[in-house]
Design a protein around this ligand. Structure first.
Ligand code: KG4
Ligand code: ZN
Length: 360
């Protein structure tokens, strides 16, 4: 087992990548549908499926251009969670390729893929490990006692962090996706100029769960009280954003600080309790400048390595799927043609709370 083709179509990126020995990215092709979904302010599932169908063959051909189909030893594909119609496109394509080339197929959990997104820059990791995955669809904290063993310690009770970013941005008329835009506006805002009445929730018996609904309410209340008008619509977004008033910039900074504080406080609590050898991070929100800085500071403060992937690997891509698939394929694991898309697939065992956490 050497060369694995990864395929990812769980949401709005059609992606394929060839990865050598689970580590070395030979190609990483991503056809983003962002511009197509932008006018709708979010991903439209039917449009996503159709776009995947149109892009799939070219994206895969682009990814294997150097290796060639003959050079493939395995095919790894996301089979859940995600949009069912979108997953179906990648999975059907992967099954057909696997059958035609007589190459083993492995289905990969999308979040397990995100967990492998640090491997390209940092290599393998030691156990026990913790993993924080923060994206538009997920905000999850995992404990990894050993290789390919996952216990979900906590998850979001309501919105994912990226979803909170996207909804807040929509309310302020900033556009989609909201994360990068709010991140940028926050750089020129002052948190103290937009104080939000909000306390990060500590959920009884679930110390590693997250919640962003209280923050969402606080933002709404602030917008109402301060009578902040959303930015106007218009074709030249850059020019409109450049003229965003100070009160929107201050609110962006304050909102961003609250999201980052929520994520860091839960992660810090878990580091104290579980004493991991390393912390892995992944998911689109890990592109966030304030979160990256706060993670680096937390690593320093706690004396633990926190692996933060390059932005090109934090958002959805197929290299991470190939890397995760490789880890399973080398153990002799395979899927057969009966593999179906699993829109609500869960990863590992789920612990609502562990009263007796592991101590090194
Ligand atoms: O991992 P991803 O590409 O797709 C999912 O699996 O959801 O994450 C997309 C999410 C979006 O909600 C987007 O707003 C958010 O990641 N995001 C950010 C930043 N860049 C992307 N959120 C905050 N700050 C950013 N710089
Ligand atoms: Zn993702």
């Amino acid at each position: 087992m050497r060369t694995v083709l990864g395929i990812e179509t769980s949401c709005d990126e059609t992606a394929a990548a060839v990865v050598i020995e689970g580590r070395q990215v030979s190609s990483n092709v991503i056809a983003s549908q962002m511009e197509i979904h932008r006018p709708y302010g979010g991903v439209v599932p039917e449009i996503a499926s159709r776009q995947h169908l149109e892009a799939m063959a070219d994206v895969v051909a682009g990814a294997v251009a150097e290796t060639g189909f003959d050079g493939l030893d395995g095919i790894a594909v996301t089979y859940g969670p995600g949009l069912v119609g979108a997953l179906l496109v990648g999975l059907s394509y992967a099954k057909a390729l696997s059958l035609a080339l007589d190459v083993p197929l492995i289905g990969v959990h999308h979040i397990e893929g995100h967990l492998f997104s640090t491997v390209f820059e940092y290599g393998d990791w030691d156990y026990p490990a913790l993993a924080l995955i923060v994206s538009g669809g997920h905000t999850d904290l995992f404990y990894l006692p050993a290789a390919l063993t996952y216990e979900r310690l906590g998850h979001t009770r309501d919105d994912a962090a990226g979803e909170a970013y996207d909804k807040t941005a929509r309310r302020l008329g900033l556009g989609y996706p909201g994360g990068p835009i709010l991140d940028r506006l926050a750089q020129t805002g002052r948190t103290e100029a937009a104080p939000l009445v909000y306390r990060p929730p500590l959920i009884p018996d679930a110390p590693y769960d997250f919640s962003f609904s209280g923050l969402k309410t606080a933002v709404l209340r602030y917008i109402r009280e301060q009578q902040i008008a959303p930015l106007p619509e218009g074709p030249n977004r850059e020019a409109i954003l450049a003229q965003a008033p100070d009160n929107i910039r201050h609110l962006a900074a304050s909102f961003q600080q609250a999201v980052v504080n929520t994520l860091i406080s839960v992660l810090e609590r878990a580091i104290v309790a579980y004493r991991p050898r390393v912390v892995l991070t992944g998911g689109g929100v890990v592109c966030n400048s304030a979160l990256r800085q706060a993670l680096a500071e937390l690593a320093e403060r706690m004396g633990v390595g926190i692996r933060i992937p390059h932005p090109k690997y934090t958002t959805d891509n197929a290299a991470m799927i190939a890397a995760a698939g490789y880890a399973h394929l080398v153990r002799g694991e395979r899927h057969d043609w009966s593999l179906e898309p699993a829109p609500s697939l869960r990863l590992g065992s789920h612990t609502a709370a562990r009263p007796q956490p592991f101590r090194a």
